[in-house]
Design a protein around this ligand. Sequence first.
Ligand SMILES: Cc1cc2nc3c(=O)[nH]c(=O)nc-3n(C[C@H](O)[C@H](O)[C@H](O)COP(=O)(O)OP(=O)(O)OC[C@H]3O[C@@H](n4cnc5c(N)ncnc54)[C@H](O)[C@@H]3O)c2cc1C
Length: 350
Amino acid sequence: MGWNLSRQGAEVVFIDAGRPGEGVTDWSFSWVNASNKTVRRSYFDLNVAGMAAHRELAGVIGPDSWWYPSGHLRWADDPAAETKLLESAELLAAWDYRVEVRTGAEVRRLEPALALPGEVPVLFCPDEAWVHGRHLVGRLLAQAVACGAELRSGTAVRGIGTGTDGSIRTLALSDGSSLDVDIVVNAAGPRASHVAGLVARHLPMRREPGAVTRISCVRVPVGRAMHAPHVEIRPDGEASVVLHSREVDALIDTGEDPAELARLLHDAARRVVPDLGSSRIVRTRVVHRPIPADAFPSVGSVPSVPGYYEAVSHSGITLGPVIGRLLASEILSGHRDELLADFRPERFPS
Ligand SMILES: Cc1cc2nc3c(=O)[nH]c(=O)nc-3n(C[C@H](O)[C@H](O)[C@H](O)COP(=O)(O)OP(=O)(O)OC[C@H]3O[C@@H](n4cnc5c(N)ncnc54)[C@H](O)[C@@H]3O)c2cc1C
């Protein structure tokens, strides 16, 4: 959003307690999709718009080192899950989403390193992608700074001052300085509820931690993101693969050691891709999803605090470019886009 605003002549200051792109964004499965977002039609539509916004962005800033539009594979290993998968393919096709049901044997021609039965049905969504979030953020920031934006890394927002009419006036920063502002966008990820509290707003968020592991390998044996039965696998550049699993996430709150979570992910991955047996676990992080209480994004202005906006969302990798574009337009012109109608912050009263 800051990239959109600075390109359109707004004076923008990025303030980040850490370093931009190194929060959850760097520890995400980073799958750009709408096939997993069918819980509500408006949410699906927003995610489809997110996919389109990524393609447009790749056309504008160039795709290298962040945009990998290689599609996505998903299959199951029990009959009930398989039936659900095939039903979801029917729904997606009815909603004009490109989805193909292939066999394991056909998929092995695309992904020769996979150990999957030849007859198993596999959903292939050719328009889906994965994104290198840290590289994307770096690219957008560099361009915004070239347009005149300022970046303050390692500086946290500690206070937000308002005028007598309740509108945003100043930010108090952790380095002791303050900044006069007329607009603030709360894009603090898992800390968004805390930042909302600085304007006396209650933004309820869920606690949903996830464990993500990076493994290194001499040659990356997979070419695209995939949901195998017990593990999610995607490439992560030239010599790295990212692993995640909701089943392993469920163990986080049992107090399991992150090293053991990583081992479980690695074991599950090598059952699907035997070549990963020789890979090495490099780093594992347990991170918190920035997920509002009802699981949907909170995006837009908060009328009771003029000048205060939120951009808080799970699926923030898929949705980042579309939220950025719509919110920048709302800030500059006041236009409230219909795509965001179900995801307005007002549904959580202050
Ligand atoms: C395990 C897991 C898997 C996921 N998989 C997917 C997926 O496949 N597809 C998808 O679309 N999404 C996925 N997501 C969600 C997605 O990663 C997030 O929605 C997205 O990265 C959030 O980006 P963000 O910029 O809001 O948060 P972050 O990247 O965390 O950025 C927030 C920034 O705010 C800064 N900050 C915090 N507090 C302050 C403060 N007081 N002052 C100044 N700065 C502050 C932090 O330093 C940080 O840099 C996944 C998330 C997890 C955890």
